[in-house]
Design a protein around this ligand. Structure first.
Ligand code: BDR
Ligand code: CA
Length: 312
C-alpha cells in the first residue's frame, strides 16, 4: 500500500503564543507535510520570533528548515505586540535553548525554491504580517501557479483588534497584504470573524494541563500568559487566531466562508490596515478571497486536543 502523503505546506510565522500552538498543531498532524517554517518580524522583532520558533520546535523534538525573513515591513516601521506576547514575544514558560540552527537562506528564498521544486502544489499558511510572502511573490511571480492556496490568519471582514476596524497582522504591513490579496493565488482569509469565535476558555486550559505530557503542559502554560490580555476585550476566553488557519487547511469544513472581493486600506487616517470586504458586490469587482466568517468551535477544540495528545 502506498503511504498517505501529507499536503505540502509552508508555515510563515512570528511566535507569538498562538503561532507556537499553531506550529504544534501542524507538526502533530500527519495530513500535513510541513516543508519549512519561515519567520517574520511582527509580534516581536525578528531575532526574538526566530529564537522562539527554534525553541518551541526544539522543545517538541521537531527539526525542520527554519528560515528567517524580513526584519521589518515593506515600507513602514515595525510595530510589535509586547502587550499581548510579552517582551520576549513568548513570555510565560521557560523554553530551552534552540537545539538546531536556522537555515542559511532567507525566508523568501526558501519559499521560492520549495514551491518551484515541488511536484505537488504547495499551500502557504502565513500567521503573521505578510511581508515574507509578498517578497516571495514579488521576487518570483512564477511561483503563483504552483501555490495551491494561501490560507492566512489576518484581517477581519467586520471586526478589528489593533484599531476599531483593523487586525494586527494587516496593520503591521498593509502594503504586503495588498500584494498578496491581488496576487491571483486562491486565498482564504481566516480573520477575526472566525478567530474571535474560536476561544479557549480557562476550563480548556485546565483540560490541557490535565492531559499531562510536556507539550500539552507547555500549551497550558502559554495560555496562562496569553489569556491575561483578553479580558479587556470582554472575552471569557482567548482567541486561537493562528491555530484556526492551520485547522482550516486540515479540515476546510470547520470554517464557513464566502467568496468576496477584499482590498486593504493602506492610507486611511483612521482605517489603515482594514481589510475592506465587499459583501454586496458594490465595487463590481470579482471575488478574490474566500472570507472566513464562522467556525465550528467544538470540532476545532477537539482537533487541537487530539493533536496535543499525540505528543504524549
Ligand atoms: C494575530 O496577531 C498576533 O498577535 C497573533 O499571533 C495573530 O497572528 C491576531 O491579530
Ligand atoms: Ca501570529
Amino acid at each position: 500500500m502506498t503511504p498517505v502523503q501529507g499536503r505540502p505546506v509552508i508555515i510563515d510565522c512570528d511566535p507569538g503564543h498562538d503561532d507556537a500552538i499553531a506550529l504544534l498543531l501542524a507538526f502533530a498532524s500527519p495530513e500535513l507535510d510541513v516543508r519549512a517554517v519561515t519567520v517574520v518580524a511582527g509580534n516581536q522583532t525578528l531575532d526574538k520570533t526566530l529564537r522562539n520558533t527554534l525553541s518551541v520546535l526544539s522543545f517538541a523534538g521537531i527539526q525542520t528548515e527554519v528560515a528567517a525573513g524580513a526584519d521589518r515591513p515593506l515600507v513602514r516601521p515595525l510595530v510589535t505586540a509586547p502587550e499581548v506576547h510579552g517582551e520576549s514575544g513568548l513570555d510565560g514558560p521557560a523554553l530551552p535553548e534552540p537545539a538546531f540552527s536556522p537555515s542559511p537562506r532567507k525566508a523568501w528564498e526558501a519559499i521560492i525554491d520549495l514551491v518551484r521544486s515541488s511536484p505537488q502544489k504547495v499551500t502557504l499558511i502565513p500567521l503573521g504580517p505578510l511581508t515574507n510572502i509578498a517578497l516571495a511573490l514579488r521576487t518570483a511571480p512564477d511561483i503563483c501557479s504552483n501555490i495551491e492556496r494561501i490560507t492566512f490568519m489576518g484581517g477581519a471582514a467586520r471586526d478589528g483588534n489593533w484599531s476599531p476596524v483593523a487586525e494586527f497582522n494587516i496593520v503591521v504591513d498593509p502594503e504586503a497584504a495588498r500584494i498578496v490579496l491581488h496576487s491571483g493565488v486562491p486565498i482564504t482569509m481566516i480573520g477575526l470573524d472566525v478567530t474571535h469565535k474560536a476561544q479557549l476558555y480557562p476550563s480548556d486550559t485546565e483540560a490541557l494541563r490535565a492531559m499531562g505530557g510536556r507539550v500539552p503542559t507547555l500549551v497550558a502554560d502559554l495560555m496562562d500568559f496569553y489569556s491575561r490580555f483578553h479580558p479587556r476585550f470582554g472575552f471569557q476566553g482567548s482567541p486561537m487566531h493562528d491555530p484556526c488557519a492551520v485547522a482550516a487547511v486540515l479540515d476546510p469544513s470547520l470554517v464557513t466562508t464566502r467568496s468576496l472581493y477584499v482590498d486593504v486600506e493602506t492610507r486611511g487616517e483612521l482605517t489603515s490596515g482594514q481589510t475592506v470586504t465587499d459583501f454586496y458586490g458594490v465595487t463590481g469587482r470579482a471575488a478574490n478571497v474566500d472570507v472566513g466568517l464562522d467556525i465550528d468551535r467544538d470540532r476545532f477544540v477537539r482537533m487541537l486536543f487530539e493533536a496535543m495528545k499525540r505528543y504524549e
